[in-house]
Structures are given as C-alpha cells and as structure tokens.
Design a protein around this ligand. Structure first.
Ligand code: COA
Length: 134
C-alpha cells in the first residue's frame, strides 16, 4: 500500500477493505476519475465497517479532512482501506485511505484520505449508544 495517513495514535479498532476498477463513465472528458466517485465509495465503506462494528444501522454525520493527492484514470484499480480510529458512545471516526493501482504494470500510488464520523442510530433515526462487536 502506498504512503497514506495512518490511524491516529496507530490504534485501529477494526479494519475493512474494498476496491473497484474505474470505468469511463466515472471520469471527466480527459480521463480523470470524478472526486465524487471516490467519495461515494469511501462513504459506502465507512457505512459497512461502522455498521459491522456497532451491529447497528448507522448514518454519516460528517465527511471531513478530504485530501486528493493524485489523479486516477479509467482502467486503474482503486483500493480503499478503512480503520475505525475513534469510538464514542454512539459515534465512530473512520479513517479512509485510498490508493490507486495501474493493473497492467503493478504501479501503486496514494490517491486520497479522509475522516468520516458515523453515528449508530435506532429505528427512529436517533443516536443509539452501542457495544462494539467482540
Ligand atoms: C447524526 C445524527 C443522528 C445526530 O443526531 P443528534 O441528535 O444531533 O445527536 P447528538 O448531538 O446527540 O450526538 C450523537 C453523537 O453523534 C456525534 N455527532 C453528531 N453530529 C456530529 C457531527 N456533525 N460531526 C461529528 N459527530 C457528530 C456526537 O458527537 C455524538 O457522539 P457520541 O454519542 O459518540 O458522544 C443526526 O444529526 C442525523 O440524523 N443527521 C443526518 C444523517 C444523514 O442522513 N446522513 C446521510 C447524509 S444526508
């Protein structure tokens, strides 16, 4: 994995990965992926790791600290790594680290990083303190 911001204090309460290949529909007219495509993938992964960790429905309360470091092109593989770096009562901070891979050469590069706050909610959409999964 290329250089990426590590979890705060080096502590990760849980980890999850995902990846997708960039399609032409995901890019602008000169072949770079739209940033929003990566944001959606990061939000989906943050949902998955937070829902698994809390064994609860979760909502995205905050998407912050986005840094885009390097463009990605159609045909590249985008790899997302999620770590839960803070656990509150009903909230969790998820650090997302995004890297790119040129499939034909194996070259890898850092793409982006972000910090998302996910909140566990009950059936009424209200914050719901949780016990982390074992
Ligand atoms: C997130 C949400 C459930 C919080 O409800 P709330 O009644 O304001 O919650 P509270 O003020 O009691 O805070 C509950 C927890 O969420 C955290 N939180 C709430 N808003 C936050 C924000 N903007 N950023 C970071 N954390 C936040 C609080 O720190 C608290 O954490 P803790 O329980 O671990 O101590 C509510 O604002 C909501 O439903 N927002 C819409 C979410 C959504 O639909 N997202 C999809 C994109 S639109």
């Amino acid at each position: 994995m290329p250089e990426c911001i590590q979890p705060e204090n080096g502590k990760s309460y849980d980890h999850m990965d995902s990846s997708f290949v960039v399609m032409p529909r995901d890019t602008n007219h000169y072949g770079n992926v739209h940033g929003g495509i990566i944001v959606v993938a990061a939000d989906n992964l943050a949902y998955a790791i937070a829902a698994r960790f809390s064994r609860s429905n979760v909502v995205t309360a905050r998407i912050g600290e986005w840094d885009f470091i390097h463009p990605v092109h159609a045909g590249d593989n985008v790899l997302l790594a999620a770590d839960i770096v803070r656990v509150g009562h009903s909230s969790m901070d998820v650090r997302i680290c995004v890297s790119g891979e040129v499939l034909k050469t194996g070259e890898t590069f850092a793409v982006a990083s972000a910090l998302l706050t996910m909140v566990a909610v009950d059936e009424h959409g209200k914050p719901n303190p949780f016990v982390p999964r074992a």
